[in-house]
Design a protein around this ligand. Structure first.
Ligand SMILES: [Zn+2]
Ligand SMILES: [Zn+2]
Length: 189
């Protein structure tokens, strides 16, 4: 994804609502990721539900939520659009879990699956980041972390940027299957 015109630092590049989300902990509402209890959702009931899902992995829980919300066929269709890799011939839940591994964004409050933002490429010196918009139904915004000139590729980080080069590089190759060639990696390698 590229900018058409110049984008100012801190500007919102786009907003979207997550296809599915999952809270980092019981501290956050499982429906909107706001600090729990939020004013809108019944956090006691939700907490009991979360308790029941405890034995499942995060991606399993997100996959089941997505299937619950859209149905198997549309859930698979939605994640297939986000993936440039073949999702295999496993059962629907496993294929969705595979797609989630590649596309879920980690926020301070939890994990979200996004559509437009999933098209963004990685850089270890990204010019954008994703955050939850406060005080709104679950809405995410892509924010410019610096001034971005016109016709520049928008990038986000797929990895913890505090990590040293070797660890970042190994993680990106293991999790996403590419060798990062960003300017920072070229400097640090
Ligand atoms: Zn809520
Ligand atoms: Zn890099």
């Amino acid at each position: 994804m590229f900018t058409s015109g110049m984008v100012c630092q801190h500007a919102t590049v786009l907003t979207e609502s997550p296809l599915v989300l999952y809270p980092r902990s019981a501290q956050f509402c499982s429906e909107c990721l706001r600090t729990a209890p939020c004013n809108t959702h019944d956090s006691m009931r939700k907490r009991e539900e979360l308790e029941k899902e405890k034995h499942l992995s995060k991606y399993q829980r997100m996959a089941r939520r997505l299937i619950g919300a859209l149905g198997e066929e549309r859930a698979l269709e939605a994640v297939s659009e986000l993936c440039f890799v073949e999702l295999g011939k496993d059962d629907v839940e496993s294929r969705i879990i595979g797609a989630l591994h590649l596309n879920v964004f980690g926020l301070e409050q939890g994990s979200v699956l996004l559509q437009a933002c999933s098209l963004l490429n990685h850089s270890c010196e990204p010019n954008c980041f994703v955050e939850l918009i406060p005080d709104q139904e679950p809405m995410i915004r892509l924010v410019a972390s610096q001034e971005i000139p016109a016709m520049t590729e928008l990038t986000v980080a797929y990895v913890d940027l505090q990590l040293p080069f070797q660890e970042r590089s190994a993680y990106l190759e293991w999790a996403f299957g590419f060798k990062c060639q960003c300017p920072r990696c070229r400097r640090e390698s």
